[in-house]
Ligand binder design. Sequence first.
Ligand code: BGP
Length: 474
Amino acid sequence: MELNENFLWGGSIAAHQCEGAWNEDGKGLAMMDVATSGDVHHDRLIHDEKLPGYTYPSETGIDFYHRYKEDIALFKEMGFKTLRISVDWSRIYPNGDDEQPNEKGIQYYQNVVDTLLENDIEPIVTLYHFEMPLAIVRKYGSWTNRKTIDLYLRYCKTMFEALKGKVHYWVTFNEMNHIDSQMALSDFFTYFVAGIKYSELENAPQTLATCAYYMTVASVKAVKLAREIDADNKIGCVFGLTPNYPYSCNPEDVMLSFKRMTRDLYQIDAMCYGKFPEYKLHEYQRLGIQLDVTEDDKMAFKEGVLDFLGINYYASEVSIAKEKEDMEKAFFGGVKNPYLKDSDWGWSIDPTGLRYLLNFIDRRYQLPIMITENGLGAVDVVSEDGKVHDDYRIDYLKQHLSALKKAVIEDDVNCIGYLMWGPIDLVSATTGEMKKRYGFIYVDKHDDGTGSYERMPKDSFYWYQQVIQTNGKD
Ligand code: BGP
């Protein structure tokens, strides 16, 4: 069994987790620049500015900003057909509302994209991967303010024009659904997406709904803009999705599970069906939440239907209506699935969940799907022979690829690509740690920022090379 020859094999990285160079070449402060490394509970701490005495892992990242050529050469060696990168908005408009974009920031992304193209690697560019200029949060109140849509569109326009003819795959947002998903009800997830802390909100339901709505409008407007600038552009939006299972066949469990599984699909509905869904507007009405829906927005939904859907898949969840006290809680909410093992960070490992999710999304939207993230965060040890033997990672990825192939070949799901998350070790988004590693390529950097930053292929590097060469043949 193998996939077709146009299948997009590759990986995904994000600017704030790899670039470093946080204050070089005119860059401003972005939201994630003020997130520290994790505390004992593996949650990152967020401040309003950088404070002395804390470690801010995004400051140095893995130094991709200076080493991108070397890293892209390694991706090429693995045979990557594509690499998904993100643009750090604060490199382009350091204060969010600057009169002119920062030319050095633009130049850097042009250089990265040129290097990818020279290596026959198709760039996929995410415009918003938690890297909004902090100044927009402070001055305009982030996505609670309609003005942020204009600032975002101006930034998108700058990038669409700067990379015109070179980049044909764009992603408007990464995981905006976490503003209002099961997972979002923590400071870190709402901060991640919109730079606001859930626990500090006076009227959280209203604020989160407003942010979610304005981001959705911003996305559909960006889709239209991208097409106007280059008709060959294909534009997607990436969602972080976790399939939800009922703990039992008790209809109460099934109902709760269905509610959770579909809770944050309204944004995807809005982007795929050409209108913001009535069921969500009715729900808001019932809850006394007011949305400022304009005629212009309604037109934007019609004109901004996505070309493809990106899915980040890591784990599944389990719901039970009447939770017993002794039940073990799961990382992503709900209770632990007794049939599944967890990663070292408590994320359930569920390859079948990937097949299930692919089927679910394919049948609901019938749009091309790209798996834009999937991978295993693990502690890697450099052995006495100086190598990393990460057979656990190979095993994880093998199982997930097998599930993906079943979805494509046996279930006829229209999946056009698989991008492994973190093909090179990165700063972890949720914990800020370096010890949570995903890569095919080891980076010699430790949690305190020390290390040579040298790169070294792990065993999985050669395994993935083989996968790509054979188009995923068993
Ligand atoms: C996704 C994010 C990524 C990435 C991944 C793994 O939600 O889009 O940025 O980091 O999760 O998370 P972590 O790095 O915390 O293990």
